[in-house]
Design a protein around this ligand. Structure first.
Ligand SMILES: O=P(O)(O)OC[C@H]1O[C@H](OP(=O)(O)OP(=O)(O)O)[C@H](O)[C@@H]1O
Ligand code: HPA
Length: 180
């Protein structure tokens, strides 16, 4: 039913799960002797985080931040708002930020600065998607699933006007769906 709104599937469910297994194996190695605090950035990172943590075979603690900068738009407002803060202190912790996409980079830039200010011991980023053409600030992830082209993508956590997060794949919406 939802697929009628999709122009093109960019990344299939199977491709996503294979990549998550690779990322999980790498993170298992890199965090073997640590107890990282994995911070999921709501709401978009929820499906990715849920699948990724099951592939990390070492001790991890989970927490969540809800930040928002897009509202119902397809372009970042540039102003990052904390909707829900962490329950845990990051001071002295190895923080692993889990994101669905880096586009302008402003959301993660804000979170990295915040966690540095709060004295995290180390801060790394794992993102399912990276859209380098969207970048407005100099920011790189430590672990990247897929590069995506210069298009507004939806599915597997990513929304347009709060819809399509529940698609199991990543796709591009048909032009007529956007209400510019
Ligand atoms: O690199 P940027 O340009 O900052 O964009 C990336 C951010 O934008 C989206 O979140 P959004 O603010 O739409 O909230 P959501 O996760 O609740 O959809 C996405 O989930 C990332 O957190
Ligand atoms: O391409 C995108 N799709 C959905 N949400 C987003 N947030 C930043 N970029 C995107």
């Amino acid at each position: 039913m939802l697929q009628k709104d999709i122009e093109e599937i960019l990344i299939t469910e199977e491709n996503i799960q294979e990549k998550i297994a690779e990322l999980g194996a790498q993170l298992t190695t890199d965090y073997q002797d640590k107890f990282p605090l994995a911070v999921g950035v709501l709401k978009g990172a929820l499906p990715f985080m849920s699948d990724l943590i099951k592939r990390i075979d070492t001790y991890i603690e989970l927490d969540f931040m809800d930040v928002s900068s897009y509202g119902n738009a397809t372009v970042s407002s540039g102003e990052v708002k904390i909707v829900k803060d962490l329950n845990t202190s990051v001071e002295g912790r190895d923080v692993l930020i889990i994101e669905d996409i880096i586009d302008s980079g402003k959301t993660l830039n804000y979170l990295v600065d915040l966690f540095k200010y709060r004295k995290a011991k180390s801060i790394k980023i794992v993102t399912l998607l990276d859209k380098p053409t969207g970048r407005k600030v100099d920011l790189k992830a430590d672990y990247v699933g897929f590069l995506v082209p210069d298009a507004f993508v939806v599915g597997y956590g990513l929304d347009y006007a709060e819809k399509y997060r529940n698609l199991p794949y990543i796709g591009v919406l048909k032009k007529e769906i956007y209400s510019f």
